[in-house]
Design a protein around this ligand. Structure first.
Ligand SMILES: Nc1ncnc2c1ncn2[C@@H]1O[C@H](COP(=O)(O)OP(=O)(O)O)[C@@H](O)[C@H]1O
Ligand SMILES: [Mg+2]
Length: 400
């Protein structure tokens, strides 16, 4: 398993001699200025990022922003002009041809928008192609190829030719070929972008499903923000060769940080992006004791509160007035109300909003049914309705 893939201060200048362009960038010039003055095209401008092992890391940006250049630099289809590409502690920029070939065979697999299947080879041969290059014996690579073809639902098609398959199925063969090699880093450059919307959605689901089993480290490139939100563990947004924003999908939607990024987020259906946990107020219930009283007094919040058993499972809700009575010594038993709603922490806000009733307290419970938080109408609605603030701040992962 990959520790992680790190990109440090990576530059790619398309020019015979990039020195002048590099100097201009260092002095603060932008891509247009460099082009006008030197004729050099800035592909990547000081990109630094870190892809955690097992993540689906999305590189998002408009056409021409440098996404493919970044992907191609990683396995040196493009030679970086400067910077580091560190895979498990090894910088791939200075390695020799032989080591590079080995890395490409064993560690990094690429999946392109057009999978470039060999048209005169059967599906199975296409699938095992990477293994053949690695010198894996026929029997063994066949077995492996059959295995991954069945994983992507193409077992029946193993001995057909690519032209007999639909576009979506060919895409699956490309994916199967990448999975078959055992490479632990997959780079997918607009791999689903040419597909019909329906098949594309299907492939996205498929990738998420496969990822739960295979746990690859995936660098997935797309110009589609919805796709980035759907698949991404984290998203890096590129513009003009620069990385302009990086974070979890929620962080980026909540705090785009610039007009460029905000423009992508405007059309997003927040109610499907955020879950109950992301907006709840963390709360623990007050436990009922074996004597029938409560373990401690309710703080005066004016809000409904929950009484729980010693396992933190909800016994009932108490209004603010009833909390005062319990604080004054009344046993909670007869006051406890079952007129509350409990939602799972991972429930999407669209579903939370559907079950919400004004006046009913809402509890958020974990997978074991234990109380972990509370929700109010204003929290739900303001998150769904929120217009993006352009100010990035120190929003931590734990809050979103
Ligand atoms: N081989 C090349 N020679 C010169 N310029 C290139 C080359 N490849 C890419 N570029 C330029 O680099 C920039 C980034 O391109 P690319 O990485 O393909 O963008 P994206 O994949 O985001 O659409 C663009 O301005 C593009 O014209
Ligand atoms: Mg591209």
């Amino acid at each position: 398993m990959t520790e992680c893939l790190k990109i440090e201060n990576l530059y790619k200048i398309f020019a015979r001699s990039p020195d002048q362009a590099m100097q201009m960038l260092a002095a603060g010039s932008n891509k247009d200025e460099v082009l006008a003055k030197t004729g050099a095209v800035v592909g990547l401008n000081n990109v630094t990022l870190s892809v955690p092992a097992g993540a689906i890391y999305m590189i998002m940006g408009l056409s021409g922003s440098g996404k493919s250049t970044l992907a191609r630099c990683i396995n040196r289809l493009n030679e970086p002009s400067s910077g580091k590409i560190i895979l498990d502690g090894e910088d791939l920029v200075p390695i020799n041809e032989e080591r590079l070939r080995e890395i490409r065979r064993t560690r990094i697999s690429m999946v392109f928008q057009h999978f470039a299947l060999l048209p005169n080879k059967r599906v199975i041969e296409n699938t095992e192609f990477g293994l053949k290059l690695r010198g894996v014996p026929l029997q063994e690579r066949r077995r492996r190829a059959e295995e991954v073809l069945s994983v992507v639902g193409l077992a029946r098609w193993a001995y057909h030719f690519p032209h007999e398959l639909s576009g979506g199925m060919r895409q699956r063969v490309g994916l199967a070929r990448a999975l078959a090699t055992d490479a632990d880093v997959l780079i997918m450059d607009e791999a689903f972008s040419a597909l019909d919307p329906l098949i594309r959605t299907e492939m996205q689901e498929e990738l998420l499903r496969l990822q739960r089993t295979f746990r690859k480290t995936i660098l997935f490139i797309t110009h589609d923000f919805q796709e980035a939100l759907k698949l991404g563990t984290r998203i890096a947004i590129m513009s003009e060769g620069e990385l302009v924003r990086e974070g979890t999908p929620q962080q980026i939607v909540l705090e785009p940080g610039s007009d460029y990024v905000a423009a992508f987020t405007r059309e997003i259906d927040r109610s499907r992006l955020f879950d109950a946990r992301s907006i709840m107020t963390t709360a623990r219930g007050i436990a009922q004791t074996s004597m029938g009283g409560v373990s401690e007094k309710f703080p005066p919040t004016g809000e409904p509160a929950f009484v729980v058993d010693t396992d933190n499972r909800i016994l009932g809700a108490l209004s603010a007035a009833d909390q005062r009575m319990v604080n004054a010594g009344t046993s909670p038993g007869s006051l406890l109300s079952s007129d509350y709603i409990a939602v799972p922490a991972n429930a999407k806000l669209v579903d939370v909003a559907r079950v919400f009733r004004t006046g009913q307290p809402m509890a958020v419970v974990d997978e074991n049914g234990k109380l972990i938080g509370t929700l109010g109408a204003e929290q739900i609605l303001s998150r769904i309705a929120a217009t993006s603030s352009p100010q990035p701040s120190s929003l931590g992962d734990q809050n979103v």
